[in-house]
Design a protein around this ligand. Sequence first.
Ligand SMILES: *Cc1c(COP(=O)(O)O)cnc(C)c1O
Length: 370
Amino acid sequence: MIPRFCTCAVRATAACSTGSRSTRRNSGAGACPVRLDGTGESDVHNDCVSLPVDLDTALQPRPSSPVQEVQDERFERQGVRLLLKREDLIHATLEWDSAALGPVDLYPPGNKWRKLAPNLRAAAESGRRTLVTFGGAYSNHLRATAAAGRLLGFASVGVVRGDELAGRPLNPSLARCAADGMRLVFVDRAAYRRAAEPAHVAALLADAGLDPDSVYLLPEGGSNALAVTGCVDLGRELRGAAETVAVPCGTGGTLAGLAAGLDAGQRALGFPVLRGGFLDAATRDLQRAAFAAPTAAWTLDDRFHFGGFARTSAELESFAADFEQRHGLAVERLYVAKMLYGLTTLAAEGAFAPGTAVAAVITGVPEPTA
Ligand SMILES: *Cc1c(COP(=O)(O)O)cnc(C)c1O
C-alpha cells in the first residue's frame, strides 16, 4: 500500500482525507483514516498536502542515528571513552530528505520510532486503520503513537490512566497527542490495570464505539515482539563501537532488541527507571517472544530509578543540567538522565576497564513543555 503524508499545518486534524488534491494526483490505495465516529472518510481540508511515499522508505530511521564521542573527565579519569548514540536525532539531521518525505517534525524521534515502525507496517498490511494504545499522562509512547498515526494516516486512540484527568486542561504531553489527532479516553486506575486483558479490551473498544476488526492494538509502552525486532538494528549500528552499551529501560523492549543486535564481546547494560525489580523477567519474556529464546549479553543495574517512574531528586536534576552544559544536548529527564547518572556513578566505581569505551543510547528528546 502507499501511505500518504499529511503535511497540513492544521495540527488538530488527524490526517488527510481521500478527497484532498494529492489523492487525485496519485492512484495508490487509499491510506487515509476513517473517522472514529464511523462516518467514513474524514473531512476534506483543502490546505492539506499529502505525498505518496513508499512504506519501506517511510519506516526506516533516516539516516541511522549518529554516534558522537564526547570528552567527559569523569570517564577520561578512568581511561574510558564515552560515546553518545543519538537516537534523539533520528530524522533530525541535515541529510534529511524533506522534499521526498515531508517535514521532520512529523516524525516521533528516538526509540519509540524503532519500536513503532514494524508495528505500523503490520497495521498497514493488515488493513487496520486505527491504532489503540495505553499510557500515563506523560507517556512518550502515547505521543509517538499519535505522531506516527498522523504521519501515516492512521486514526489513533490513547487510553489514558486516570479518569480524574478528564475534566482538566490537558498537560503539554497530552495536548500534543490531541493535536496530532489522537482521541483520548480517560479511564480510572482499576480499569486501566485490567485493560490489557482480552475480555476487558473488547469491552473498552465497544464502549469507545470502535470496531475490533479495524483496530491495531499496541501495548502500554509499545513493547511487543515486533517492537523488539525493530530495536535489533540499534544494536547492529553499535557493533565495534564500544564494549558496553547503556540504555534506560521502561518495559525492557529496547534493551531486549538492542542486546540481540550486538556483536560477541559487547554487552548491553540496562538502567530501569521504574521500581519493582520485574524487568529481568520482562526483558527475557520479550526476547522469547521476539527470538524464541533469551540472549545472554545484557545485565541490569537497578540502583538508579530514583524512587520510580517520573520521580526525581535535586541531585538528579542538577546532574542533568550539568550534563547539558558540558555536552550541549537536551537531556530527557524521565529516562535518559537516570541512565547517564547511573553510568557516571559506575565509571567512578571503576566498573569499566581502562582502555574500553561505553556507548550511552540517548533514547529520546525531552517532553514538550508547551
Ligand atoms: C520509552 C522510553 C524508554 C524505555 O524504552 P523501553 O523499550 O520501554 O524499555 C527509554 N527512553 C526514552 C526516552 C523513552 O521514551
